[in-house]
Ligand binder design. Structure first.
Ligand code: HPA
Length: 272
């Protein structure tokens, strides 16, 4: 079956279930799925029931679509995402974004937990993603281009929508929340980086590092959707502090900032 046929089947399946047409897609990273629990009048569809959806395997990631309203906006949230390091192809990782587009979604808010590379950052900070570096050297747009889905050569010079960045900055100011801005670097994982890799990333202009987001953003931009990216700095990247890295710390930090994260994204939704 072709990608186009799969997108068609999956979006029809979801469309038949949903009462409302979602306008904003939310992709929720490690420990950040709690935002989906805030959705009013939720309709929940487990990934396991959705045709052509892979099943998420990571701890701290549920695996369901939650659709409803958040601050009056019709949203479709992915509680749990598919990571490249789980062994999925780039096409599988980004398939839900294709489906979002087919459902009529025009804006995606992509979130993640990330390691802080910029030494001014602290665990618990939220960072607006201004740009990214693809250090996994794979691309979901490789292979046949379906012109119905987007252009062969996608301009990435404004991947992260400037108007949405401005809104995100204004909202942070409004609620008096410290906000960072920077470049997110995508590494395939699942190993955390070495201290030498982090030095390199810092030298090349990366402010944060993580194992997600970039594939989805590439496909969202290909689909001509507007993207806002928010990272939760869950730990300082390898070699910055004299301490080992682990997934527990990542989840602990996201737990710590969840109230702030939830109110921030809700306020952003009010303004977009
Ligand atoms: N590196 C890569 N991915 C991550 C990190 C990190 O330090 N923290 C959370 N996700």
């Amino acid at each position: 079956m072709t990608l186009l046929e799969k997108i068609e089947q999956t979006s029809s399946y979801i469309q038949e279930i949903l009462k409302d047409k979602p306008k904003v897609g939310l992709i929720l990273g490690s420990g950040l799925g709690v935002l989906a629990d805030e959705i009013d009048n939720p309709q929940i569809i487990p990934y396991s029931e959705i045709p052509h959806f892979p099943v998420s395997t990571v701890e701290g990631h549920a695996g369901e679509l939650v659709c409803g309203t958040l601050k009056g906006k019709h949203v479709l949230a992915m509680k749990g995402r598919f990571h490249y390091y789980e062994g999925y192809t780039m096409e599988e990782v980004t398939f839900p974004v294709r489906v979002m587009k087919a459902l009529g979604i025009g804006t995606v808010i992509v979130t993640n937990a990330a390691g802080g590379v910029n030494t001014e950052f602290e665990p618990g900070d939220l960072m607006i993603i201004e740009d990214h570096i693809n250090f996994a050297f794979d691309n979901p747009l490789m292979g046949k281009n379906h012109s119905q889905l987007g252009k062969r050569f996608t301009d990435m010079s404004n991947a992260y929508n400037k108007d949405l960045i401005k809104v995100a900055e204004e909202v942070a100011e409004l609620i008096r929340m410290k906000i960072r801005k920077g470049t997110y670097t995508f590494m395939s994982g699942p190993t955390y980086e070495t201290p030498a890799e982090i030095k390199m990333i810092k030298f090349l202009g990366g402010d944060a590092v993580g194992m997600s987001t970039v594939p989805e953003v590439m496909v969202a931009v290909h689909s001509e959707m507007k993207v806002l990216g928010i990272s939760c700095i869950s730990n300082m990247a390898a070699g910055i502090l004299d301490q080992p890295l682990n997934h527990e710390e990542v989840i602990e930090t996201t737990q710590m900032v969840k109230a702030q994260f939830i109110s921030y994204i809700k306020q952003i939704l009010l303004k977009i």
